[in-house]
Write a protein that binds this ligand. Sequence first.
Ligand code: CTP
Length: 478
Amino acid sequence: MDISQEEIQAHLDKHIFRLISRAADEMKLECYLIGGYVRDFFLYRPSNDIDVVAIGKGIELAESVAGKLGRNTSLTVFKNFGTAQIKHKEYEIEFVGARKESYRNDSRKPIVEDGSMEDDQKRRDFTINAMAFCLNGGRFGELLDPFNGLQDLEDLIIRTPLNPDITFSDDPLRMMRAVRFASQLGFDIYPDTFDAIKRNRERINIVSMERVADELNKIILSPKPSVGFILLEKTGLLDIIFPEFTALKGAETKDGVGHKDNFYHTLIVLDNIAKQTDDLWLRWAAILHDIAKPVTKRWDPKLGWTFHNHNFIGEKMIPRIFQRMKLPQNEKMKFVQKIVSLHMRPMQLVEDEVTDSAVRRLLYDSGNDIDDLMTLCEADITSKNQEKVKRFMNNFRIVRRKLLEIEEKDRVRNFQPPVDGNEIMEVFGLSQGREVGLLKAAIKEAILDGIIPNEHDAAYLYMLEKAKEMNLKPLKID
Ligand code: CTP
């Protein structure tokens, strides 16, 4: 890595680091910048998350730094963990005393003792995260890299500083972190580290699902998420944390008719969509769009393999998956459900005929999520036949154009019926009930079918007509 000492010095020559340096020197404490910030400095990735280790009193150092920073500074002390956090402007700074720690077999809670810098570094997860810059005056910017993290950064390798069985049994979440860094940074997991993940995979069960899901979400947000998912699958972690996904694996053949392997298909869809959007929930919709294929798969001698209703069954499976994975059970989940349930519609529309009324119905059912739905549908085209891909993409372009045209004309995207239930009740002197519902539905259908325009007067006249068929008389005619 050809970064000179001058460049390091220049980078660290910021008010915040000089101030920590001064506080540590005054307290005669050895003090280091460590972890992700140092790694990201060498990767030219800007970061505002700063981890500081002091040999000895981490909390006292944080208190002194907070005092010196003055206004716009918040300090939170976690006495039980021996850590403190400062928030100041764009920075989040964690302070900790160097420590030796070990974890009991049945829990993530560490037994912590004071330790040397070397003790602290070797108890960290990966060599690339164990590098430290000294912040003390005389040694400002000196790199401490006892496990050759810099070399591993250059070689694009994720490797534990210690025997990986020890590192992972200290904190099994690190197995997920290894995969996450590999996926985020495009690194390889070193073979003995990889083998240890395979061996220790069951220990992921002692980690809270919230923390596992947090890492999984970071994998999903990485530039090419399939890298992470394939590693999760190969190490056996995926089967433990997300068995519905590994159930997609495999391609069966009967009477010479095969179906695609939906696991790899889904990963291609996910990589495709990752090029178009950073929206975590749209990426989740890609992951889950075919999740019900294994449970809906049937062999039909006439039709071959079918996955009837897999979109609707998939929609229904999502709440249980989200609940188990401690993902939010709110409008984000509803969005994922909606996209999954509608994901076949644009393709059906292309296969049948792009009629105005089909386009109107799609707009009505998808509302403001229509663009996201189209993004997923385009990502879902994974055929190896380039001709076919070209044809589908072209058809989707037609659908998109039609969607714009119809929306411009008919405004059905956030459709509110131009004659509502109250007006119907008033005109016919009805109270809420079946007849009002029927009239409302008839108006909606007529607008979506293009029989009448989406306007009040046309809808009103149509309502009178329909009411006549139902032997309903208006109280008075305007
Ligand atoms: N660390 C560790 N084991 C963990 C979590 C963190 O050893 N399970 C150490 C690593 O040295 C890591 C540092 O604590 O670099 C800070 O952790 P964190 O802020 O969670 O991650 P970063 O490495 O900073 O990466 P990112 O900000 O991308 O999460």
